[in-house]
Design a protein around this ligand. Structure first.
Ligand SMILES: [Zn+2]
Length: 143
C-alpha cells in the first residue's frame, strides 16, 4: 500500500499517478487544474501551459470532486489535506498557496516535519505543544 492523499471533506483520493491533483483559481479568477508532487519538499508541479499565474499570486485550492476549499484554519496562506500512510496513520499535510513559496509541513500526532526554504515564515509550527490538536482530521460539518 502506498500513502493515500485524501480530501478532508469527501475522502476522495486526490493522488492520481504520481501527482496530487487540485482545482485551483488565481487571484484574477482564472481556473485550472494543478498537479503537485506528493513528496514533502519536492515542488515539482504540472499544469496546462495555457493556465498562467505569477510568482507571489495567492491561489485557491479546491477538491476537484466535492469542490470543498482546502484552506487551513492555521494560516490563511496554507492549504491542508489529509494523508494516510502505509500503516494507516493519519497525517495533516500543509503547503503554501502562494505561487513560488516553498513551505510544506507534515503533521501527525507524534511528529512534525517541515520542508522548503520559506517554511520558517510559518512560526506556528515551531510550537510543538500546540500542533497536536491540529493533527486531528478537519471537521466535515463545515460544508
Ligand atoms: Zn472533496
Amino acid at each position: 500500500m502506498q500513502n493515500y492523499y485524501l480530501c478532508p471533506f469527501c475522502n476522495s483520493h486526490l493522488k492520481v499517478g504520481e501527482f496530487i491533483i487540485f482545482a485551483t483559481r488565481t487571484s484574477d479568477n482564472n481556473r485550472g487544474l494543478l498537479m503537485l508532487h506528493p513528496e514533502i519538499g519536492n515542488y515539482t508541479s504540472v499544469k496546462h501551459p495555457s493556465y498562467k499565474f505569477k510568482k507571489g499570486d495567492s491561489l485557491s485550492f479546491c477538491c476537484p470532486l466535492c469542490h470543498g476549499c482546502l484552506d487551513s484554519d492555521i494560516d490563511k496562506n496554507l492549504i491542508q489535506i489529509l494523508m494516510i500512510d502505509k500503516s494507516g496513520k493519519e497525517h495533516q499535510i500543509f503547503f503554501s498557496r502562494i505561487a513560488g513559496e516553498h513551505s510544506s509541513f507534515n503533521v501527525s500526532e507524534d511528529s512534525i516535519m517541515s520542508a522548503g526554504e520559506h517554511s520558517s515564515r510559518y512560526t506556528y509550527f515551531k510550537f510543538p505543544d500546540k500542533y497536536k490538536k491540529y493533527a486531528r482530521r478537519k471537521s466535515k460539518t463545515k460544508f
